[in-house]
Structure formats: structure tokens, C-alpha cells
Design a protein around this ligand. Structure first.
Ligand SMILES: Cc1ncc(C[n+]2csc(CCOP(=O)(O)OP(=O)(O)O)c2C)c(N)n1
Ligand SMILES: [Mg+2]
Length: 450
């Protein structure tokens, strides 16, 4: 069901249930909360200060003010879910019609996509560990959120993503070598956006939501029913850009979907630090209906995404989708999550793995045969091998090419920077030349000694 409206009554209900300890987003406070006059502004209930998990190395100093953390949505029951973690199909009169055409064959195709995406992600992580990539942002655990949403799109829809949506990029048809180009440091940008309907990733957290909203407004002006999708994380929801994008999208009924993958971490900061309520609850405040979906359930993600796309195409404006999932790996290959992740929580999420879930469902339906797993594994291995080959074949461009595509036409100050940089690089040539030349003094000494 779409979350349409957060009225004062609804807020009060949440505050009251928080006091009673019945809200999934608010733990019960240890001391009774102060009475609130009905006409007074509703204050937020602040749980007692605490920190999740063991203190990380580099944790805040004792002087730093402690903060209240909302619980992580571990077992959120307010999500749309069509397949349980143990692979049982859960009927839903509201959402089943959106996936009525997803039979066993279509489920197998989604399964194959997820296996391939996971394999590519692991291969890229290995490439980084072997020194072939500078950095990689793993998506382990987020395969269903990415594949389920991306496969619901039409070719003429357009994706604006962050750095972690390599599964989405795969589904859009981005070339396997193109996935790693930037991370190898051989290109400033990975692919031609127009050929795949997906912009190259935005590293500036949340900025792509503005791009998506602008693109969506362009679609309306062009009279087409294409939809723009902005992918971003839980941490990004606190950025001004995301909030500004939602204001514009709501005001102008932009056909844009705000697809938030709540993987529960923004680097080492837990989502509870920035969200005392469900992230999906923010959107109705902007006038944007929202839906919270089990992000590890590929079928449920497909259903809510199709519904959101349909709303947008019918001119009903934006939808905010919160896909509740879990980042099972590090933030990037430069991160060490063992310093801040509670191992027990991570283990619980491993049991809710999105790929395992579909395997269990297919197994129950007699479709998980040895032939299928062999074929899917072979496909995934072949994709990984192709990506590795492509990666190793990438050559570093000439250093001065960094200036080539800054603007369509050169500017005088860019030209000046270019020549300054060329002079700087030439200094290394001189040093090398000097290194290579026979050392006259040494030669003299050598000759003298002889
Ligand atoms: C504007 C901006 N601020 C800070 C950063 C540094 N930064 C990189 S990733 C990240 C966390 C993002 O977390 P989230 O939005 O949850 O996405 P996730 O990495 O979990 O996919 C931050 C703060 C940045 N890239 N851009
Ligand atoms: Mg995150």
C-alpha cells in the first residue's frame, strides 16, 4: 500500500506507539515521556543515548556528544514481500497483479541475472585485490533490489545512479569492460549514456536525484511517457539535493521514481543515525507517495517498481520506493567493515540473501535442477572472464587527454592549465633523460681509477 500522507494524527499515533514500544521505528523509552498537550507541536521521542555494535577504532572521542540511534530495520514487517526468506510465495491481492506474468521462466531469468551480477561483483572485487582496479564499490546483498527494479524498466526510461548500481548497469546493457573502466583509472567516464539509457554514475551523494527530476520534466515537455529513475542510498536521503529534487518532483508531477536502496549503512554510519522513522515516511511530507519493499525479494521489488512506473506514465507523478536491504560487504574495497559491523546482524542478513531466496522458491517448484545451476554458473563465469579480459586490456590514456572533454570548445584558462601541466610532465622526461645518460663525473672517476 502506498504511504500517502503523514498527518498530525498519524504522527501522534507513531509517537504514542513509540511510548508503548510497539513501533518498529521507535524503541520504548526507558523513562516515561513528558505529557504533550494536544495542541502543542508534536515533539520527537528521543530514545536513550546508545551506539550500535562495538565501538569502532576511530570512534568519536568521549567528548563528542552521543546520539540516539533508531533500530535498524532488521525484521521490518511493514514492507511489501511476495517471497519469504525461506522461499515461500506469499500471496498479496494488491501486488500480485503486477507480477501475474512472472512465471517460472521469468523467475529463472531474474535468478540468472542476480547470479551473473553477483559473479561480476566478486570478480571486480578480486581484480581490485589483485591491484588491477584502484577501487570497487561492492553490491553484495543488493542484487534483488537492483535486478528487480532495473528489469521493470523500458528501454526508453532513463536511469541516474550512484556508484553502487553495477547490477542496474548490467541489466541496462552496459558493456562489461565499461563497468570497470573508471575504477581502473583509464577513463573519466565509463560509457555512452544514450546507448543504454543510463547516465554514468554520480559520486556526489544524491546529486543524481536532481538530474533525474530535470530529465523527467523534459520527458513531460517532449510529450513522451518515459520515466526517469534516481537510485541512491539511505545516507543520501539526508542530502539537500535529494530533498530539493523531491520538492521539484512533487510540485511539477515529474515522472521520476526515487529508488532508495536502504542498505543500512552510509560508509560506517548506520541508518538509525539519520532516520528515526522509516525513510519511506519522509516522502509523503513532500507530497510524494512512497512504498517500503523487501529489497531482498526480487519479485516484490519488480511489483512495486512496475506500479510506480505505471503511476508515472499515467501522469500521476513521482513515487518514492524504499528497498530495505543490507550491504553485506564493505562500503568500498578501501573499507574494513569488521571495525563497525555487528557480526550477528550481518549473519542474520546472510540468511535473508536475495539469491538464496529465489533458489529456495525455484527448488520448491522443481525448477532448480543441476542443468539449470550448471548453465547459470557457466554463464556467470563467462561474463566474469570477459570482464577480466576487458579490464586487463584497458590502456592508460595519454595524461594530457584529461583536458580534452572538459568543454566542447577550449577556453584560454584551460589551455593555460594544459600547457602548465605539459611543462610539469616534461620535467619527468628531463629527469629520466638525466638518469639514463652516462654520469660524466662517475665516468671520469672510473677512467681515472683505471
Ligand atoms: C556530497 C558528498 N558528501 C560526501 C561524500 C562521501 N561519501 C561517499 S559514499 C558516502 C556514503 C553514502 O551512503 P549511502 O547514501 O547510504 O549509499 P551507499 O554507499 O550505502 O550505497 C559518503 C558520505 C560524497 N561522495 N559526496
Ligand atoms: Mg547506504
Amino acid at each position: 500500500m502506498l504511504r500517502q500522507d503523514v498527518s498530525r494524527t498519524a504522527v501522534r499515533t507513531t509517537v504514542e506507539s513509540a511510548r508503548a514500544g510497539t513501533s518498529p521505528h521507535h524503541p520504548a523509552p526507558s523513562a516515561p515521556a513528558a505529557e504533550v498537550a494536544p495542541s502543542a507541536p508534536v515533539p520527537e521521542v528521543v530514545p536513550p543515548p546508545r551506539r550500535a555494535g562495538p565501538p569502532a577504532a576511530g570512534a568519536p572521542s568521549p567528548e563528542a556528544p552521543d546520539v540516539a540511534l533508531a533500530p535498524m530495520p532488521d525484521d521490518a514487517d511493514d514492507v511489501v514481500r511476495l517471497v519469504s526468506p525461506d522461499g515461500v510465495r506469499l500471496p498479496s491481492p494488491e501486488h500480485d497483479p503486477w507480477v501475474a506474468d512472472v512465471g517460472d521462466d521469468e523467475l529463472v531469468a531474474l535468478y540468472e541475472d542476480m547470479v551473473v551480477v553477483r559473479r561480476l561483483d566478486l570478480e571486480a572485487t578480486a581484480l581490485q585485490r589483485q591491484g588491477e582496479l584502484g577501487l570497487w564499490p561492492p553490491l553484495l546483498g543488493q542484487e534483488a533490489a537492483q535486478v528487480g527494479s532495473a528489469r521493470a524498466l523500458r528501454r526508453d526510461d532513463f536511469v541516474f545512479s550512484s556508484y553502487r548500481e553495477n547490477g542496474v548497469a548490467y541489466c541496462r546493457g552496459v558493456g562489461l569492460t565499461d563497468l570497470v573502466r573508471v575504477w581502473r583509472g583509464t577513463a573519466a567516464s565509463g560509457w555512452d549514456p544514450w546507448s543504454v539509457g543510463m547516465a554514468t554514475p554520480t559520486i556526489i551523494i544524491g546529486a543524481q536525484t536532481l538530474h533525474a527530476t530535470g530529465y523527467a520534466l523534459g520527458c513531460v515537455k517532449d510529450g513522451v511517457d518515459s520515466v526517469a529513475v534516481a537510485y541512491f542510498g539511505d545516507g543520501a536521503t539526508s542530502q539537500g539535493d535529494v530533498n530539493e529534487a523531491m520538492v521539484f518532483a512533487a510540485t511539477f508531477h515529474a515522472p521520476v521514481i526515487f529508488f532508495c536502496q536502504n542498505n543500512q549503512w552510509a560508509i560506517s554510519e548506520p541508518v538509525g543515525l539519520v532516520a528515526v522513522r522509516a525513510l519511506a515516511d519522509r516522502a509523503p511530507g513532500f507530497g510524494i507517495p512512497s512504498v517500503r519493499v523487501d529489497g531482498n525479494d526480487v519479485l516484490a521489488v519488480t511489483a512495486v517498481m512496475r506500479a510506480a512506473l505505471d503511476r508515472a506514465r499515467r501522469g500521476e507523478g513521482p513515487t518514492f520506493v524504499e528497498a530495505v536491504t543490507y550491504r553485506r560487504g564493505p562500503h568500498t574495497t578501501s573499507d574494513d567493515p569488521t571495525r563497525y559491523v555487528d557480526a550477528a546482524v550481518a549473519e542474520r542478513w546472510a540468511a535473508k540473501d536475495p539469491v538464496l531466496r529465489v533458489e529456495r522458491l525455484l527448488e520448491a517448484r522443481g525448477r532448480l535442477t543441476d542443468e539449470l545451476t550448471t548453465a547459470v554458473t557457466a554463464r556467470a563465469d563467462a561474463a566474469a572472464a570477459e570482464m577480466r579480459r576487458g579490464c586487463l586490456g584497458l590502456e592508460a590514456p595519454p595524461p594530457l587527454s584529461v583536458f580534452d572533454h572538459v568543454y566542447t570548445a577550449p577556453t584560454s584558462w584551460l589551455e593555460r592549465q594544459r600547457s602548465q601541466y605539459a611543462a610539469y610532465l616534461a620535467m619527468f622526461d628531463e629527469v629520466h633523460a638525466a638518469d639514463d645518460a652516462p654520469d660524466a663525473e662517475a665516468a671520469e672517476q672510473h677512467g681515472g681509477a683505471a
